[in-house]
Write a protein that binds this ligand. Sequence first.
Ligand code: SF4
Ligand code: SF4
Length: 386
Amino acid sequence: MTDIDLDYLREELLQCRRCGICRNAVYEDKGFDGICPVWKNSSGFETSFMRGKIQVALALLDGELEKTPENAESLFQCTLCGNCTQICAAEFNPAESLEQVRQVLSDIPNVVRDNLVEKIIKYDNPYSEDNTEKRKWIEGLGYSVPTKGNTLYYVGCTAGMRLPDAAVYTSEILKSAGIDFAVLDNEPCCGSVMIRTGKIEDAKTNAEKVEEIIRNSGAERVIVSCAGCLKTLRKDYPEKFGVKLPKTLHILEYAEELIKEGKLRPKKIEEVQVTYHDPCHMGRELGVYESPREVLKAIPGVKFVEMDTIRETAICCGAGGGLRSYDPDLSKNIGASRISEAEETGATIIATACPFCENNLLSGKKLTNSRMEVMDVVELLAKSIR
Ligand code: SF4
Ligand code: SF4
């Protein structure tokens, strides 16, 4: 539900022991140090990692700090990746608490967040574009896609408007397995960024709108290709708003099933060495670690290698929690460090399962002039079933 008990939230924040492990914990068994991508890629000041953010949050909540945009700035310099939660030994979830703090302090003006939310309300996407563009990629498929049906492909704003290839490859996978699918006529944004940045009432209204549109489409199953959409529709909607959608699956969860059932039979592709980036929303948040790996391993020709930080300790791509809009340079620098980490594996491809991650990793690649190819797992799978 959307109401937050302030006393409870304060108690949660006070669980912080100020140990500082969330800054530069050393995972000796994994051979790396520094778990907070923001701390690693910024000033290194106390407020750049969770321990300092919690002290700022408490000071703002207790009125010891004036509620100004400047004083609240560090609360938004965080991807909410949850890596600190993963290692924190105290009895609370720091990343989730920070998300709630943003909600409780949402009356503090934040021009970037407010603009972003306004755009979503006005255009149904954060890119201020005509929302019908989200179906434009369908024109190149060579067949028509209905707006209603049993299986609904919920495209998402980034695939629909920035990386339409992800949508095309997803369609190719569904079609190849003999699954007819629909795409909404005017698909609203899932509202993930509204939730992450504290605009919870707007997110609730948006979730109810999405629920109604999906219900009217007659869908009994929803397929997404974006990790952010997945977490928002599958976890946030029921837990925060009591909104229940039909069974919602990531295309790679579905593809793993289809491969096991023999409905998708990947053929040999040109040999490539591939590493995988776990999107925080899909991995740490939902525990979906295996499906993308199983799909990659099922493609003959793919030599799969892992980075040092993977699964529950994977370092974030830098895009989440609204950071890509709030501090694009910091966000891209984090993407660049992830690219460097991927390069250390010797892989020539870093594949992920989220267009939003892919987009930021592409920015990171540009910054580092890396030759690493950034792509979605769906691309490799689609090419292997042609
Ligand atoms: S958030 Fe957790 S890990 Fe970080 S300083 Fe507090 S208790 Fe330690
Ligand atoms: S959620 Fe991620 S980015 Fe934010 S403080 Fe924790 S480790 Fe750093």
